[in-house]
Write a protein that binds this ligand. Structure first.
Ligand SMILES: Nc1ncnc2c1ncn2[C@@H]1O[C@H](COP(=O)(O)OP(=O)(O)OP(=O)(O)O)[C@@H](O)[C@H]1O
Length: 682
């Protein structure tokens, strides 16, 4: 077995599990090993039965007071037992596990681990894991991985598969040159990949993570720099001869551009008139007005007879932009074809979109990744605008170039990255910054509260809705989790429905829904048919419903500051005063300190800088700052130092051996080559 072997070669993986694995992007043995945990949990200090006073995940220590009983219903067998102390008891229930009965001996002490629910006045633990005291002590030393997963594929199944894969595979390669590894004090790849899944302790996890983060940055920058070396300047094939559309649009806009928007557009215009194709990044804080800049660019292209495309990260956003652009064309009486191309269009609609792309040489085309697939054939594509999530790297440019296309490229980013870091990450691009929001807008009012404040928050939401406004409530999880204690949208929606008792219309949105369902919910929210939207972070990037004025975030402590800032950027987009309520479940000193930064400022760049100051190595549980960047484990904020070191290491390496031809760099060259090929297969 090797890394390229199909996942079915791992013992125990049949066709059914294979399908589920595919759903989380796992096709090969290599894929599952790169499916890093998204969190870790420590086994908790055990409590005695009487110490349990509310629902949650617990370890309960105690004696089984009487022999477990086995009950048979016509559907299944159920084993029941009880742990008891003088202050209380917890009932234990196992479904479809009759063998448990013979495992447990009356009057012996065990530790039971699992989720406790309250049924009437009795606390109940369902499907608890059983440990002896010694076994549990050992477990407490280790950290348990928690993986991103899908319905039907349990954390245990993923864990088992990875353990099995480690048994069967020999991981002996080390591609990082010894010199770099030593200088940077990095552990071996072998060690890192094992420890990231099954860390022996916190220290080894930190060591492992350091290595993998370094690798990710190092390979990314190396790739970029090597391509840059090879790259010949692409000539600008799209002359701008007519600019009249710009002053025309600007004079018909209901507002005037901010100074920062103007400066940014001027920089773009200068690029477009240069002899070579543009490659520019526009960084703008949430709500700073990037969309109008994109529209101006695309209108200009159309005016000069060139097509342009805007690639959004999600269907929801693509549709939103499409509607906005259609609306603007109408308002400015611009006779320009706007085409929508996304994966969820029907076959007939897609065919129509392709035909329109053939017919209208000056069209504005808006869509998702579907825009760069085989069947999308352009006429004279002069400009591609994308966002950082699908950062249109050299690879994708090559993909377009294969089709004979060399458009200008504009990348839009709402992640406020300090300039020093942006220069490294976007080393192959020029950078513009929109560093102000429209002046008339009222800054959001923020508060950080505990869970006891919920009722007040719900009543506040009710009042805002009565005024005609809308609210978002964000939860970290889609559904209840066995491993993580955090709110989930499924149960929360029910809870809110029960609370408001039909008085308010509640909607539910999450990433697992089909695109068509998501569109329906978003359309209903945009039309104010849904007044309170309970959602995961799928609304994070770019959603623009200016009528929404409340953003309530449950488990705010579980999100990165940049992510929270993005989330609250969904409100305060219209004229009305908006509010962000962050519910801190941890109430720890650290979480208070972090959330206070958001409380104090609405400026994304300030937040990013403060966040950098606060963070230390190893400070990463449950928090992925910039999940929207191209990195799997590395985090540009938290790992800013490593990013700089990796950039220096690449520079030094390429100075010595610019094409990686030396013997000691062979393995690295081969590795870079293979990762590049992978990226080509988009
Ligand atoms: N100069 C301006 N003055 C007043 N309003 C503006 C200005 N520019 C844009 N807007 C409005 O501000 C709102 C937010 O703009 P836009 O959707 O472009 O934000 P964005 O930069 O894409 O932010 P995000 O990254 O959060 O999506 C829109 O409703 C837009 O019409």
């Amino acid at each position: 077995m090797n890394l390229e072997s199909p996942i079915t070669e791992v013992k125990g993986i049949g066709a059914k599990t294979e399908k589920l694995m595919n759903k989380i992007g796992v096709y090969t043995v290599g894929d599952i090993l790169l499916h890093y945990p998204r969190d870790y949990v420590r086994f908790k200090e055990p409590l005695s039965a009487g110490e349990i006073t509310q629902e949650g995940i617990y370890a309960v220590i105690g004696k089984i007071t009487s022999a477990p009983v086995l009950k048979r219903t016509n559907r299944m067998e159920i084993v029941q037992a009880k742990v008891r102390d003088t202050a209380g008891s917890v009932e234990l229930i196992w479904f479809r596990m009759p063998y448990v009965r013979s495992q447990l001996k009356s009057q012996e002490t065990y530790i039971f681990y699992g989720k406790v629910k309250q049924k009437g006045r009795q606390f109940c633990m369902e499907q608890p894991q059983i440990y002896t005291t010694e076994q549990y002590q050992q477990k407490m030393q280790t950290l348990q991985p928690v993986y991103a997963r899908t319905d039907g594929l349990s954390n245990q199944m993923i864990t088992k598969t990875i353990l099995q894969a480690f048994e069967e595979i020999s991981l002996s390669y080390e591609y990082l040159p010894e010199e770099i590894r030593k200088k940077e004090g990095l552990c071996e790849y072998n060690f890192a990949i094992r420890q990231i899944h099954f860390p022996e302790n916190m220290e080894s996890l930190t060591i492992a993570r350091k290595r993998l983060v370094f690798d990710e940055f190092f390979l990314f920058i190396l790739n970029m720099q090597m391509q840059k070396e090879k790259k010949i300047m692409i000539p600008n094939d799209f002359p701008i001869e007519n600019e009249t559309v710009i002053p025309y649009i600007l004079s018909h806009l209901p507002y005037s551009l901010t100074k920062a928007q103007k400066k940014c557009f001027d920089e773009i215009l200068t690029d477009m008139k240069k002899g070579t194709a543009m490659q520019r990044l526009v960084q703008g804080d949430v709500g700073s007005g990037k969309t109008i800049v994109a529209f101006l660019c695309m209108a200009l292209m159309g005016e000069n007879g060139h097509q342009s495309a805007l690639m959004a990260p999600t269907e929801v956003l693509a549709r939103q932009h499409y509607e906005t652009f259609m609306g603007m064309c109408e308002r400015f009486s611009l006779d320009r074809k706007v085409i929508l191309l996304t994966g969820s269009l029907t076959a007939k609609e897609k065919r129509r979109a392709y035909e329109d792309m053939q017919m209208y040489q000056d069209a504005m085309i808006i869509g998702t990744q579907a825009l760069i697939q085989e069947k999308a054939i352009y006429q004279n594509l002069g400009l591609v605008i994308t966002d950082e999530q699908h950062r249109f790297g050299v690879r994708q440019r090559e993909k377009l170039a294969e089709k004979g296309l060399h458009p200008h490229v504009l990348v839009m980013s709402a992640t406020p990255i300090p300039r020093t870091l942006a220069i490294i990450i976007y080393g192959d691009m020029d950078i513009s910054v929109i560093d102000e929001v429209p002046a008339k807008r009222l800054p959001n009012k923020n508060c950080v509260v505990g869970t006891s404040y919920r009722k007040t928050a719900y009543e506040f939401i009710r009042k805002e809705v009565q005024k005609g406004h809308q609210a978002y409530v964000i939860c970290p999880l889609v559904e209840e989790s066995e491993e993580l204690e955090a709110e989930n949208v499924t149960d929360y929606t029910k809870k809110l429905e029960a609370y408001y008792g039909g008085g308010l219309t509640i909607g539910c949105l999450n990433g697992k829904m089909k695109p068509a369902e998501k569109n329906k919910v978003m359309d209903a929210f945009a039309a104010n048919e849904i007044q309170v939207l309970v959602s995961t972070t799928v609304v994070e990037v770019g959603v623009n419903v200016p009528n929404a004025t409340v953003m309530m975030i449950e488990n705010a402590e579980r999100f990165g500051l940049a992510q929270l800032h993005q989330l609250r950027g969904r409100v305060g987009r219209g004229d009305a005063q908006s509010y962000c309520i962050m519910v801190d479940h941890a109430q720890s000193k650290e979480s208070k300190k972090r959330l206070d930064i958001l409380n104090r400022s609405n400026d994304g760049f300030f937040i990013a800088r403060e966040d950098l100051k606060l963070r230390g190595p190893g400070d990463f549980f449950g928090i992925r700052q910039s999940g929207d960047m191209a990195f799997q484990i590395a985090d540009i904020y938290q790992d800013a130092d490593v990013l700089k070191r990796a950039a220096d290491a690449v520079k030094e390496l390429l100075l010595k051996d610019s094409m990686l031809e030396k013997e000691e760099h062979r393995k690295l060259a081969a590795f870079v080559e293979s990762t590049m090929k992978e990226q080509m297969n988009l």
